[in-house]
Design a protein around this ligand. Sequence first.
Ligand SMILES: C[S@@+](CC[C@H](N)C(=O)[O-])C[C@H]1O[C@@H](n2cnc3c(N)ncnc32)[C@H](O)[C@@H]1O
Length: 158
Amino acid sequence: MIEFESIGIIHSPFRTLTGMPIQPAGAAGVPGTVEVNAEYRAGLQDLDGFSHVILLYHFHGSRGFDLQVVPFMDTQPRGVFATRAPKRPNPLGLSVVRLDRIEDGMMHILDVDVLDGTPLLDIKPYVPAFDAQGAVRTGWIESARRSVAEHQADDRFV
Ligand SMILES: C[S@@+](CC[C@H](N)C(=O)[O-])C[C@H]1O[C@@H](n2cnc3c(N)ncnc32)[C@H](O)[C@@H]1O
């Protein structure tokens, strides 16, 4: 058993799962805030030097999982670990968002694809030299007919 406690809460304009963006790339300019619990705020020192941050969070609105899912951007079943579906054995989400500013322990972010009230588990700076890869293959997503910005969430994972 591994236990985590949330270190804060992610706030966004999205109160229901359906109709939301499915990735930050489909949520350009959508504002949100990250309210870091008071006891962790000292850990935000120096983060304002980074334009983007990686948020790791609990898909708290997800119950259960399937090992094969039809992803939002596809019409046929895929292994859940080949997708970003929110219903997973360990319901962890990862979003790279833009960091606008930090004020009074509150991070103001943009490009948010997260449900309002989502429990935050960790924050890391996004560093292209660490995180961006050059020659990549993107599996079934290569053949997705429409771009991520043209898809919104529906009720398939509710
Ligand atoms: C496809 S997931 C991708 C999230 C993240 N960028 C990732 O790759 O892990 C995004 C969808 O998850 C759902 N979602 C977002 N926040 C959630 C939460 N707290 N609990 C359950 N589902 C959530 C919404 O339907 C949203 O459109």
